[in-house]
Design a protein around this ligand. Structure first.
Ligand code: PEP
Ligand code: CO
Length: 450
């Protein structure tokens, strides 16, 4: 059976080969849990999902810019108000810088409120000579290296749902209230510029933003009472990996009759699960959310053409975002060919750069890391290649946190391999810390303006 030949429903993925699912110890318990989740309220609503799709349609045309970011794997233990607030804060700060530099609205999408499931290269891993099931994200099993903790437990999906709900709630509160006000966010940026070792590099852009905000006041705009300047629209996303969970969260919209995956506004298919005839593509083709697909160097051109026409059969702008992740050394070889192939299909897409997943390496200390300059290099190539091909560099996708972690090397404080040990916390891939994330925003701003 091929993934676009038959009638779709939210369970039709079950007739297709599925990869990267946990070995749930008891299938019946898993099915009961899917049923339990199906009866719980949606986390997001169809109207909001449509609003994001409209914003992404603008990004596809070059009239908006997508900023997607958050943890590689959210941690149940760190679902706290300060952690959510600090990550949101950095994303808002980056938004002001990128928005000013590009002269475009920035579409803000968190890897938040549901980024709890991870694909793994192997079902098991060796820890101190003992073979254990691999950690697959907090929605599946625990990270402790014990057989008990590593045992997949479907009730973790229910816990993940509730924590996603709590995260969503606090995100809604922070973005509706004065927390997201433009002048407040810009004041944080000024503090960052003052405190950053590379601050003088960013001072110029920061001062230009000051002037723009002052100008609004001078001409009599009452910035305190303009909702667009006081509130932020913020959306959620995650890799929709666990198809039982996503099926349970998929609901029919009462006003349009369409099916939406209400676990997040945007969901994406990972590099390891994008088989055209596989279960993930089958599931995704029928939901009406804006969707992403990660694409790394192992793609096959014909396969990608089938994939984009299957996932965006109606050629709807904003429906499909291609998130490329080649690595600084490979992007020049792989991106141009991909761009040309997709152009030939006539399917509109948002081109988004994930400069994280192709740039991972293991430092001498044994810690998995990424270097700031490699990340910046991949972004720079991404822009240059799209400009040369006549396509639109529509967004960026980061693994980042609002905390002061030391997981990626380089940046203004020039974190060294040795320095990684100071505050290395991630359960999965290394994230940019708050300063490194902002530095990238300022550097991208310079790049766009020149
Ligand atoms: C991720 O985004 O965390 C991830 C696993 O990415 P990819 O599918 O691109 O490897
Ligand atoms: Co990752």
């Amino acid at each position: 059976m091929s993934a676009n030949s038959s009638v779709w429903n939210k369970t039709s993925w079950r007739d297709f080969p599925v990869v990267q699912q946990p070995n749930w110890p008891d299938r019946d318990v898993h099915e009961q849990t899917v049923q339990e989740l199906s009866d719980l309220p949606p986390l997001v609503f169809a109207g909001e999902i449509r609003a994001l799709k409209q914003q992404l349609a603008l990004a596809a045309e070059g009239k908006a810019f997508l900023l997607q970011g958050g943890d590689c794997a959210e941690d149940f233990g760190r679902c706290t108000a300060p952690a959510v607030r600090e990550l949101l804060k950095v994303i808002l700060q980056m938004t002001v810088v990128l928005g000013y530099a590009g002269g475009k609205q920035v579409v803000k999408v968190g890897r938040m409120a549901g980024q709890y499931a991870k694909p793994r290269s192997s079902d098991t891993e060796m820890v101190d000579g003992v073979e254990l099931p691999s950690y697959r994200g907090d929605m599946v099993n625990g990270i402790e290296a014990t057989p008990e903790d590593r045992r997949p437990d479907p009730q973790r999906m229910v816990k993940g749902y509730h924590l996603a709900c709590a995260t969503m709630n606090i995100l809604r509160a922070f973005t509706r209230g004065g927390y997201a006000a433009l002048d407040r966010v810009h004041a944080w940026n000024n503090e960052f510029v003052k405190g950053s070792p590379q601050g003088q590099m960013y001072d110029k852009v920061a001062r230009q933003i000051d002037q723009a905000i002052n100008f609004m006041r001078v001409v009599g705009l009452d910035t305190d009472n303009i909702p667009q300047l006081q509130q932020a629209s913020f959306f959620t996303s995650h890799e929709a990996l666990l198809l039982g969970y996503e099926e349970a969260m998929t609901r029919q919209d009462s006003t349009t009759g369409g099916w939406y995956d209400c676990s997040a506004h945007m969901v994406w298919i990972g590099e390891r699960t994008r088989q055209v005839d596989g279960a993930h593509v089958e599931f995704f083709r029928g939901i009406l959310n804006p969707i992403g697909v990660k694409i790394g160097p192992d793609y096959d051109v014909e396969n990608i053409k089938k994939l984009v026409t299957t996932l965006n059969a109606d050629k709807e702008p904003g429906r499909l975002t291609l998130i490329t992740r080649f690595g600084a050394k490979k992007i020049e070889k792989y991106l141009p060919e991909l761009v040309r192939a997709v152009k030939e299909t006539g399917v509109p897409v948002v081109w988004c750069c994930d400069p994280m997943h192709g740039n991972t390496y293991t430092a001498e200390t044994g810690l998995k890391t990424r270097n700031f300059d490699d990340i910046l290099h991949e972004i720079r190539s991404f822009f240059e290649i799209h400009w040369a091909e006549g396509t639109i560099p529509g967004g960026v996708h980061f693994e980042m946190t609002g905390d002061n972690v030391t997981e990626c090397t380089g940046g203004g404080r020039n974190i060294s391999d040795e320095g990684l040990r100071r505050n290395y916390q991630t359960n999965c891939d290394p994230r940019l810390n708050a300063e490194q994330s902002l530095e990238l925003a300022f550097q991208i701003a310079e790049m766009i303006r020149n």
